[in-house]
Design a protein around this ligand. Structure first.
Ligand code: NAP
Length: 310
């Protein structure tokens, strides 16, 4: 019998196992840490696998990521390099990410930080609106998630820019790519939304140089990975007044240490890496589609391209 090993320190294991059994009735589902004979494992479905776990499975055929990103798997230096890695492509995850990006932008766009601060003081102080049709939102990343984010901001009436590595065309979106494209886009963006994968090229992309290129009073919304932000540079720009705020879901260190400046910073709004959740009822179907495709020799969706790193 085909065996799938599930490992995640952060997900509801019983719910996942129940959904996987429902979608893959002919596959045996095992979970860490007591999963029996490692040589019996054919497939692994993992979030943050401990170093060496994947290498200990001699007959592993595919590693599926319990995330749209695969950086948590590449972080394992012992990971078997001949085993393909497949990231999660899931409509519910994509939609949740777009919701969170919109929440972050609208929170600032409709002056919620100001109104929330004034409410306990019973201050009735109306702000003059920012005119949406002339407000530019820049979306870093135009992939499965970023494209949806960009299109939904367009529906809300913003001027929307998207940035990718290679040239892209998306109806209604002003598309940019590469270093020159980023340079052209940034000065226009009152809101900068990051939905990039974390790679050698994108690590630290929201650092002093990028931030300085944004207009005064811009807001940074990050739901990519914590490694995209240079924390000291973001904090310096918030403290100097150059940036109006930051809406953050992901951090260089997770959980964020209790002493970190973000927790109590008046211009930072943060959530604990929940922008896009992988709900088993939806994601197990995506896993089943890919696993069945692999077993029947068909192509899988979302296979990692090692050369580009995402
Ligand atoms: P994807 O489909 O692989 O798309 C990645 C996009 O980023 C593509 O448009 C790609 O450009 C662009 N890109 C990659 N490297 C670049 C570079 N060096 N310069 C410019 N653009 C670059 O990924 P996705 O499914 O949309 O997911 C994006 C990321 O969201 C994930 O990797 C993960 O980090 C994050 N995420 C976070 C959460 C959360 O809960 N916070 C949940 C899910 C996902 P091309 O179009 O040219 O390839």
């Amino acid at each position: 019998m085909t065996v799938l090993l599930f490992h995640s320190p952060d997900d509801p294991v019983e719910l996942w196992v129940a959904e996987l059994r429902r979608q893959l009735p002919d596959v045996e589902i095992r979970t860490t840490p007591d999963f029996g004979d490692p040589s019996e494992i054919d497939y692994a479905l993992v979030w943050k696998p401990p170093a060496g776990l994947l290498a200990s499975l001699p007959n592993l055929r595919v590693t599926f990521s319990i995330a749209a990103g695969i950086d948590h798997i590449l972080a394992d230096p012992e990971r078997p390099t001949h085993v393909p890695i497949v990231r999660m492509l899931d409509d519910n995850l994509r939609d949740m990410m777009s919701e969170w990006a919109i929440l972050g932008v609208l929170y600032f766009h409709r002056f919620m930080p100001e109104y929330m601060a004034e409410q306990p003081k019973a201050i009735w102080d109306r702000r003059w609106p920012i005119y949406t049709p002339e407000t530019h939102v820049g979306v870093l990343g135009l992939g499965a998630i970023g494209r949806d984010v960009a299109e939904k901001f367009r529906v809300l009436g913003f001027q929307v820019h998207g940035w990718s590595r290679t040239p892209r065309e998306v109806a209604g979106i002003i598309c940019h790519h590469g270093a020159a494209g980023l340079e052209a886009m940034l000065p226009q963006c009152r809101y900068l939304v990051c939905v990039l994968p974390l790679t050698d090229e994108t690590r630290g992309i929201i650092g002093a140089r990028t931030i300085a290129a944004l207009p005064e009073d811009a807001v940074v919304v990050n739901l990519g990975r914590g490694g995209h932000v240079v924390d000291e540079d973001l904090l310096a720009a918030l403290d100097s007044g150059h940036l109006r705020g930051a809406f953050l879901d992901v951090f260089n260190e997770e959980p964020l240490p209790p002493g970190h400046a973000y927790w109590r910073h008046p211009k930072v709004v943060m959530t604990p890496h929940v922008a896009g959740e992988l709900v088993p009822q939806s994601c197990a179907k995506a896993i089943a589609r890919n696993l069945n495709a692999h077993m029947s020799g068909a192509a899988m969706e979302g296979v990692l391209d090692l050369e580009r790193g995402y």
